[in-house]
Design a protein around this ligand. Sequence first.
Ligand code: FES
Ligand code: MG
Length: 591
Amino acid sequence: MSDTRANKRFRSQEWFDNPNNPGMTALYVERYQNQAFTRDEIQSGRPIIGIAQTGSDLSPCNKIHVFLMDRIKAGIRDGGGIPMEFPVHPIQETGKRPTAALDRNLAYLSLVEVLHGYPIDGVVLTTGCDKTTPAMLMGAATVDIPAIALNGGPMLDGWWQGKRAGSGTIVWESRRLLAEGRIDYDEFINRVCASAPSLGHCNTMGTASTMNAMAEALGMTLTGSSAIPAPFRERMAMAYETGKRIVGMVLDDLKPSDILTRESFENAIVVNAAIGGSTNAPPHLQAIARHAGVELDVKDWETVGFEVPLLVNMQPAGEYLGESFFRAGGVPAVMGELRKAGLIREGAMTASGRSMGENLQGWASLDAEVIRSVAQPMRPNAGFMVLSGNLFDSALMKTSVISEDFRARFLSHPGAEGIHEARAIVFEGPEDYHDRINDPELKIDENCILFIRNVGCVGYPGSAEVVNMQPPDALLKAGINHLPTVGDGRQSGTSESPSILNASPESVVGGGLALLQTGDMVRLDLNARRMDALVEDAEWQRRRAAWRPPELTHQTPWQELYRRHVGQLADGGCLELATAYQRVARNLPRD
Ligand code: FES
Ligand code: MG
């Protein structure tokens, strides 16, 4: 230990060892002693390391962390710190109604309050299920004490009748089979359950694997941390190493503000394209960037990421699942391949205390079937397109999941590749969609685009994963699995649907989507990155003047608070007022 390290006074000592305030110090020490910490230990001048526990019975995707806790704590002890585990508000993607997205900002808020208000010098952020990762990183960015992320890892691969059954992706496929009458209710449930064979989060490249890859690409984990399947011994070893490392980060005062820079966000955008990552990554990364005070615009996703090729052959954009991805080398192997092609910002600092370029030395794909090289990718130009027009200022399209069939059907306008004109069918939300999608009156055919609105951050509330709407049963039976879909909500990262989503501003705050009517013609021009309703200007203005915001019904106090303060998906869906609070650990709270 160097002198500067030995002489360091930690913020926790303001609680536990402050002779200027014996009254409060005694109170802090006595109560933490009663759970078997000794006075010597707690006043030893060793850093207190919080462990933000996101696993619980309500959060099965993250429950592995309950079993990893011994290893994390052992690492912290061996590193010279004192571990203190604390619970995080649960955020479970599939279990929380109306949507787990509502809880990301709530868990963020409470993490900020815990890290600021308790004697914590550094923190291990346990991550896994979709929103747990951004919530933890957003909180760490706002507080800015040393922090490191530890993913719980994906489940083992699921199998159904000799084929890989991937989380979420099997749901979308099975729904179509159910609608076509090819399977029944029991088989539907059994197929989906086959995709979840162990503890861990979704085993596809859905939002969970994506966001944990993002944490690693940002430099907020140890190298190779994010892709290890939950039950593997390497996961336990990584828990130990992560615990050990956070103590070093505290001693070196290596903070999120040193790691979360413009360069590291550009690395994350590049990696997201290469892994075929979720369309949920942009709003989550925007949110982390805003809380870290880093300039990032939704358009950066196209300018930085669009031309990056798809390297990872993993569902929903490819074939394999988490076990194969890990064995092929995981995120550092992908980044190693990107680095060889000069696509990685090598100078970005990371949690290891070394630069990203140093961490990636020697890393390359171990299995070219699962992780391709940049020279021989799955497909070129795999990043997001960012569209605009009179229906929205921005919306995203994930190009890595556009099938050849879809491209031929919808994006090959005679004489103009990438242009599609179609009749709009507008739904007011998922209930309206389910009620009317098979209504023959709507005359939905191949030449229609399905729209859904009122499902953004304010509208839903929280923004719902409902934009990947399935075509009517009659079209499915005719072999048309996808129609173009558009909406102000999101879609699951496990969906292979080429939707246009995250439209901002959303309809309930007066975005152009609010003015669209069923029967309007709409033009999608991918080359110009535009989507416009082909409605006469005067008529559009008339509709604008007649538009009134819908009455919103809140069911809980948080829904009301959230709606009052949330921004748009293009800006990360943050609590806008919270973005003004930066590096709050600089100011200690009062006694
Ligand atoms: Fe939790 Fe997918 S539902 S990780
Ligand atoms: Mg989801």
